[in-house]
Design a protein around this ligand. Structure first.
Ligand SMILES: Cc1cc2nc3c(=O)[nH]c(=O)nc-3n(C[C@H](O)[C@H](O)[C@H](O)COP(=O)(O)OP(=O)(O)OC[C@H]3O[C@@H](n4cnc5c(N)ncnc54)[C@H](O)[C@@H]3O)c2cc1C
Length: 536
């Protein structure tokens, strides 16, 4: 009962994808262990529910904090992460972005052989069911049809997003019809992982339809505390569930899919990591691997917000409350209306300077006021523009706070520690400022929050250090590669051990230029093929 061919730890974007794909083969048994509960909350299904799930820790959100960040004037950042089936894809903003093709070619240059754009494109396509159909480049269709992950246009685009599109036009930024097609750079509408107005998480795509497979066991509320290693091979895990500790045996492999924070934490708790770090917590070193938890990086982001009398946006006002009540009925009846919004409806990829080749800035225009991850609310309506640095150079780490598997780890993304990141963000903030000041917004523009007109560069730098934070894309803590700080090889096997892989956002040697859900699902699709062919 407690032995399975594959034991998958973490039922997030990668874990669900892998569980769905590996259990396609009826001859193998798969067990998926997820620390959080089932994903049956309406707050997950209704897209706008993320506004309630994301701001605070709870049953469905780990809600981590970073250690004080030098680059953020000593502030601690906030790091929401999904804690349920679907993981962060059950609480995220649902934007479907792959990144730029050079991201993956750069991975190859960093030692990730076999992960170039031409290698990964088939897996992006395999995972995808794009409702809008094909986008062709030189005769090749770049988009997928018939895959498990539904990718849709928003059911009820918010009219406020049009002001952003017009503003970008007015300041002559390029436009694109498909960020994941022939043109990455420019302004456009985001496509979303939704189906018929409902969130389409990795769990909905890969797990829910397959739950009746006799060879697939899913255990929720089950926290893995340790990987058991014998003679250099992972033989199973220790798991805390139903108030008891259990041993789950892996006949073939243990596959860690706990995400950029969960996977390195589990490795360290198992004695796999830097021996001196492990010794600090009295953990016996099973395998010295200094890269575990290092190379943490994330998209650093700043938000400009304006109040507005325009009540099309989601906001706290008498009109807003009346509209929200009407929207409940509309949503229940038709699955349309403002509750289908992912809030960050439009945006773009831009260059901080004309002489660079690949856009290094991304904006997310939000049809509401976003202040401190929506942890501070404002009476009234408004709109906001996020801008983030796509390829930050600062690198931090994840370390254990203690040997207690239930203690939150020490998360240090080292935001803005490299001046180079600050200079790119400063240019991005000035671009977002220009967009937000374009005449297109004049009819709806109200008071601006925090920053003011005509700030000097030094005033902007200080403002950024006082308010910037993550846009929720931590990666890199179990990086793939062949150098001495790499944790997994290009087949995602943990260096120096047998029967153990890591498959999730933590293996990215470097962030992709954009949102990270689709790339994580791609990683798991490719890993599933590798694992299946290794068995053959
Ligand atoms: C608020 C928010 C908004 C975002 N918006 C977008 C967006 O719009 N588009 C986009 O592309 N990306 C977005 N992202 C990022 C994207 O969702 C993540 O990069 C992606 O889901 C990561 O997948 P993963 O499999 O690596 O980790 P996760 O999906 O986080 O999954 C890890 C899972 O492992 C479980 N776990 C961890 N430790 C253990 C343990 N010890 N035992 C058992 N289970 C464990 C966790 O509970 C979790 O379910 C967003 C993320 C957040 C948090």
């Amino acid at each position: 009962m407690n032995s399975f061919d594959y034991v998958i730890v973490g039922g997030g974007s990668a874990g669900c994808t892998l569980a769905g794909r590996l259990s396609e083969d009826p001859d193998v048994t798969v067990c998926l262990l997820e620390a959080g509960p089932k994903d049956d909350s309406f707050l997950i299904n209704v897209p706008a529910g993320s506004a309630a799930l994301m701001p605070k820790p709870g049953k469905l959100n780990w809600g981590f904090e970073t250690v004080p960040q030098k680059g953020l004037n000593g502030r601690c950042g906030y790091q929401p992460r999904g804690k349920t089936l679907g993981g962060s894809s059950s609480i995220n903003a649902m934007i479907y972005i792959r990144g730029h093709k050079s991201d993956y070619d750069n991975w190859v240059a960093m030692g990730a052989k076999g992960w170039g754009w031409d290698d990964v494109l088939p897996y992006f396509k395999k995972s995808e069911n794009r409702e809008a159909g094909a986008t062709k480049l030189r005769g090749q269709n770049l988009r997928g049809k018939g895959g498990p992950l539904n990718v849709a246009n928003l059911q009820s685009p918010n009219p406020t997003a049009e002001y952003y599109l017009d503003a970008c036009d007015q300041i002559q930024l390029p436009k694109t019809k498909d960020f994941n097609g022939s043109q990455f750079e420019g302004t456009g509408r985001y496509e979303v992982t939704q189906k018929e107005g409902q969130r389409f998480s990795a769990a909905k795509a890969y797990l829910t339809p397959n739950l009746d497979r006799p060879n697939l066991t899913v255990i929720t509320d089950a926290t893995t505390t340790k990987v058991n290693v014998k003679d250099g091979r992972a033989i199973g895990v220790q798991c805390h569930t139903g108030g008891k500790d259990q041993t789950i045996n892996a006949i073939r492999e243990v596959i860690l899919c706990g995400g950029a924070f969960g996977s390195p934490q589990t490795l360290l708790l198992s004695g796999i990591g830097d021996k001196d770090e492990l010794a600090k917590h009295g953990i016996a070193c099973v395998h010295h691997l200094p890269g575990v938890g290092e190379n943490l990086h994330d998209h650093i982001d700043y938000i400009i917000s304006y109040k507005s009398k325009n009540t099309d946006t989601l906001g706290y006002s008498l009109v807003g409350i009346y509209k929200a009540i009407k929207a409940v009925f509309e949503y229940r009846k038709n699955k349309t209306g403002i509750f289908t919004s992912n809030f960050a409806e439009v945006g773009g990829f831009y260059k901080s300077s004309p002489d660079i080749e690949v856009p290094d800035l991304q904006t997310h225009f939000v049809v509401g006021v976003v202040d401190d991850h929506a942890r501070k609310s404002h009476w009234g309506h408004g709109y906001s523009c996020h801008v983030c640095v796509l390829r930050p150079t600062s690198r931090g780490s994840l370390k254990l706070a203690s040997a207690d598997p239930f203690a939150a780890p020490l998360i240090d993304p080292a935001f803005l520690e490299n001046e180079a990141d600050m200079e790119v963000l400063l240019k991005g903030v000035k671009l977002a400022d220009q967009i937000m000041k374009a005449p297109a917004f004049d009819p709806i523009k109200g008071k601006r929050l925090y920053s003011q007109d005509n700030m000097s560069d030094d005033e902007w730098r200080e403002e950024i250090r006082n308010r910037a934070d993550t846009v929720y894309h931590p990666v890199g803590t179990c990086k793939m590669g062949v150098d001495k700080m790499a944790v997994v090889d290009p087949e995602l096997k943990v260096h120096g051990l047998k029967g153990l892989r890591v498959v999730d956002a933590s293996i990215m040697p470097q962030l992709n230029s954009g949102n990270t859900n689709a790339p994580t699902i791609m990683i798991a699709e490719k890993a599933a093929d590798m694992i299946k062919s290794a068995r053959k």
